[in-house]
Design a binder for this molecule. Structure first.
Ligand code: IPE
Ligand code: IPE
Ligand code: MG
Length: 236
């Protein structure tokens, strides 16, 4: 089992459009998939799962769709928080919180505080998340510490930088899965994916299921991760 799996849940809109449904129907189906995959990953004993739910660029979609996505997030937390809590899932939200509607940030904080002591799967929900923003923010936090005399520029290295990202203390993803057919990161975990294995699937997110998750893990287990060294069979 990889320690940390990250997923870009893409393709909800196309799933709906292909069936002559509205995009929001696709997002609702996407939430069912998400619920199912969180429970499955937790039963499989995965330690860390990070899901890309809403990007800092998704605000540029039509107002109605943005509203619907916000409503769906609220509905998800209200309906499924107790299920996740029962499964001992610990929830943490990654992304910029300030700009969100207070009713949403309050719900996100409630999900985090309720599940804070849970010792099962650690679930990170990237919401209003953009990796470039995250890197700029980390740089600013470091600059302020240097300006205040709390940090010596000589001490700034990779691990120090990583401690200023939203994902501070979280191991880098071993595997990233993107559904929906696009072969790109769309501003997700740019720093953290330096040595992550990527699996791009044409399958749309609402069609992803437990079997697809297990298949991705099996494919991951076939990969030879070298981290710049020589391969395992060549010699270290
Ligand atoms: C992913 O599905 C969900 C979000 C980005 C919020 P999309 O809405 O991007 O679906 P497609 O890519 O248009 O099919
Ligand atoms: C990435 O999907 C964001 C999420 C899945 C939340 P997008 O649909 O926003 O990505 P692009 O626009 O195709 O790159
Ligand atoms: Mg998309």
């Amino acid at each position: 089992m990889p320690h940390h799996v990250a997923i870009i849940m893409d393709g909800n809109g196309r799933w709906a459009q292909r069936r002559g449904l509205s995009r929001v129907e696709g997002h609702l189906r996407g939430v069912s998939t998400l619920r199912q995959i969180i429970v499955h990953a937790s039963e499989r004993g995965l330690s860390f799962l990070t899901l890309f739910a809403f990007s800092s660029e998704n605000w540029m979609r039509p107002k109605d769709e943005v509203h619907e996505l916000m409503d769906i997030l609220k509905l998800f937390i209200e309906r499924d928080l107790s299920l996740l809590h029962r499964n001992r899932v610990q929830i943490q939200v990654l992304g910029q919180r300030d700009a969100l509607d207070p009713s949403i940030s309050a719900l996100l904080s409630r999900a985090e505080s309720l599940t804070f002591d849970n010792e099962g799967l650690r679930l990170f929900v990237a919401f209003n998340y953009g990796s470039q923003d995250e890197i700029v923010r980390a740089t600013r936090l470091i600059a302020v510490k240097v300006a205040d005399g709390l940090l010596d520029p000589e001490e700034i290295d990779g691990p120090c930088f990583a401690e200023h990202l939203y994902t501070a203390g979280v191991p880098e993803p071993d595997l990233l899965v993107r559904t929906g057919g696009e072969r790109r990161l769309s501003n997700f975990l740019l720093w953290q994916c330096a040595y992550t294995e990527f699996i791009f699937l044409d399958m749309l997110w609402p069609d992803f299921d437990e079997q697809s998750f297990d298949n991705a893990i099996a494919e991951f287990n076939q990969r030879d991760r070298r981290f710049g060294r020589l391969g395992f069979f060549v010699g270290t």
